[in-house]
Design a protein around this ligand. Structure first.
Ligand code: IVH
Length: 590
């Protein structure tokens, strides 16, 4: 039996953590420092560990991802999930309105709502008595896949709705878009390119790939977000129009897209379309168009649906953003794990207001598949990625003076011979002392997916390495204010802040350190597994390959890589230095 006081304490902690989660992720307006949030969360986890019966479906502990599924179960949608008809914004919107008037047998002015069309994946969420019960993909529109545990990891999906439960419908079915921000998408593709895995073509595929992971712990590592945009049954909500519905949904805890606009006619809609095209690049996520909906629910109900799509809404897609330019040269960049990536230097070209002068060519196979040459006129596109991509050469423009792109045999930075293992797409420099790899490793260590040292981003780290202040990881912990303040572009204040940030991260968790070291195949998830299993660093360092392989979720590649890493004498020496500089663990994971 759980004592009442403990039960009450767990309930309070749950509410507090959920409250601060909402402030942070949905409202983007935290009112609590990260460390204090972590403390509340840890306290709750401790209670749940001691009394597992305290774990409720709305507990924030559910967000880290539960047990892997054997397969996805099917879920029938109570109301079909339809798609949208497309129209060309300028030409066909008037036709759309004419059709509405014909169906309504009236030419009264119609109020519309114009919403950004976020490039992600449609999902349905079912809440019962305010609790998130089931989440599913669209599937064929009638039956989707049950991805509830995966969706529980998405931070701006409320596990429990806010407000007066008596005012909520017993069952609320909402729909919206799960998506990855540009940075999350780019980072995911960067990791995949380094690991020699196929790249996601766009954020939608990446979001889908992240949600369709049988193991929700993997989903939990992807920075997925969610905007709600509607309900399956407008008769079941206390709202009379779409615009009201969105405000109501925001009030009970959902994220809604801030760029929606109420429009009193076609002129307003056009203006919003132009506006969205303008702000498109400033958004941290991709939008691929605008959705126009009739605002009034009673009109929506009168208009009804075809089998495919509602009659009361249309999508206006943005035109594809491609431009032609020339490849001036190709550079070969060496990443953290030694992966060599060809990058094209392009004659600068405007693609939708942004100057593009570099584009990734991914790897040797991609180069050969596209048959690219230096001097080629090429089509480039910005495909939902911060890094633009070369689509194809315009072969008709060839003059015969184009030069073949030759993949180097040796590392362009250290000269060590490159290797491309059979069956892999990636060519690597395998010299672990290669300065390029070292630099990338240091950038990773200090960066967001490493120790997250504020003020030591990529640019600053490059500067510190170039100045000779940092050559290896312990050097970062040894940085002094006087040394930093002397550098160009640094001042007393920024030096002081950086040193304070370094001091702060010295007190860390085992999982974070393991993830930050940059051991190949050891990302955040594997690091957390190791930390959880072994509990202390020495045990991880001593682990044999078989011991590692016995841990669920750790595969052959990670196990070999760990053994190689920790059997290298320089690793032990480096870790001793880190402890000498004040490294300490306040916990195992988080
Ligand atoms: S409404 C029945 N609103 O676009 C109408 N859809 O085919 C349901 N999408 O994959 C769609 N943003 O997930 C609607 N603000 C928005 C949207 C939106 C993105 C997606 C939707 C679906 C596709 C429509």
């Amino acid at each position: 039996m759980v004592p009442d006081a403990i039960r009450e304490q767990a309930r309070e902690l749950r509410e507090q953590v959920n409250f601060h989660n909402h402030r942070y992720y949905v409202l983007d307006d935290p009112v609590l420092a990260d460390v204090d949030y972590d403390q509340l969360f840890r306290k709750l986890l401790e209670l749940e560990k001691e009394y597992p019966e305290l774990v409720t479906p709305d507990s924030p502990s559910q967000r880290v991802g539960g047990e892997p599924l054997a397969r996805f179960e099917e879920v029938a949608h109570l109301h079909p999930m339809l798609s949208l008809d497309n129209v060309f914004a300028t030409e066909e919107l008037a036709e759309f309105e004419e059709k509405l008037h014909r169906y309504l047998k009236s030419s009264v002015p119609i109020t519309y709502i114009a919403e950004p069309k976020v490039d992600g994946l449609a999902v349905e969420l079912v809440y019962e008595q305010g609790m998130f019960m089931t989440g599913s993909t669209r599937g064929d529109g009638l039956v989707g896949e049950n991805i509830t545990p995966q969706l529980q990891t998405v931070r701006d999906i409320p596990l429990k709705l806010q407000g007066d439960m008596d005012l909520l419908p017993d069952q609320l079915v909402v729909r919206g878009e799960v998506f990855l921000e540009r940075s999350g998408f780019a980072e995911l593709n960067r990791q995949r390119a380094e690991a020699g895995e196929a790249l996601f073509a766009n954020p939608r595929n990446a979001a889908a790939g992240s949600l369709r992971q049988l193991d929700p712990k993997v989903t939990a590592t992807r920075p997925l977000r969610f905007f709600v945009y509607g309900t399956a049954d407008s008769g079941a909500v206390p709202c009379r129009r779409q615009s009201e519905l969105l405000s109501w949904l925001a009030g009970i805890g959902f994220s809604i897209n801030p760029h929606v606009k109420l429009c009193s006619g076609l002129v307003d809609i056009q203006a919003h379309y132009v506006h969205l095209q303008k702000v498109r690049d400033e958004l941290v996520y991709e939008i691929d168009g605008m959705v126009v909906k009739v605002d009034e629910f009673f009109l929506q109900q009168r208009l009804g649906n075809t089998t495919r799509a509602p009659r009361w809404a249309v999508a206006c897609k943005f035109p594809a953003v491609q431009a032609a330019t020339t490849i001036e040269s190709v550079e070969f960049q060496v990443g953290r794990t030694g992966a060599v990536t060809p990058v094209a230097r392009l004659k600068p070209v405007h693609v939708e207001g942004v100057v593009v002068q570099r584009a990734t060519l991914h790897n040797q196979d991609e180069l050969e598949r596209k048959d690219l040459r230096i001097g080629d006129t090429v089509l480039v596109q910005r495909a939902g990625d911060v890094i633009p991509e070369v689509v194809k050469p315009i072969v008709e423009n060839r003059t015969g003076g184009e030069v073949a792109i030759v993949f180097p045999k040796t590392c362009p930075v250290c000269g060590h011979p490159l290797v491309r293992p059979k069956g892999e797409a990636v060519t690597r420099c395998v010299n672990s002392h290669c300065p390029a790899q070292r630099l990338q490793n240091l950038i990773h260590f200090a960066g967001k997916s490493g120790m997250d040292i504020e003020g030591l981003g990529k640019k600053n780290m490059e500067h510190l390495v170039a100045e000779g202040l940092v050559a290896d990881i312990p050097d970062i912990f040894r940085l002094r204010k006087e040394d930093l303040a002397r550098l160009d572009g640094w001042g007393e204040k920024s030096a002081e802040n950086a040193v304070a940030a370094i001091e702060k991260v010295k007190r860390t968790t085992l999982a974070r350190l393991l993830g930050a070291l940059g051991i190949r195949y050891v990302g955040e998830v594997t690091a957390a597994l190791l930390a959880q299993h072994f509990g202390d660093l020495e045990a991880v360092m001593r682990a044999t390959k078989n011991e590692l392989l016995a841990i669920e979720g750790i595969g052959e590649q990670a196990a070999s890589s760990l053994v190689d890493y920790f059997s290298d004498a320089s690793t032990g020496a480096m870790i001793t230095q880190l402890f000498a500089e004040g490294l300490e663990f306040f916990d195992v994971y988080f």
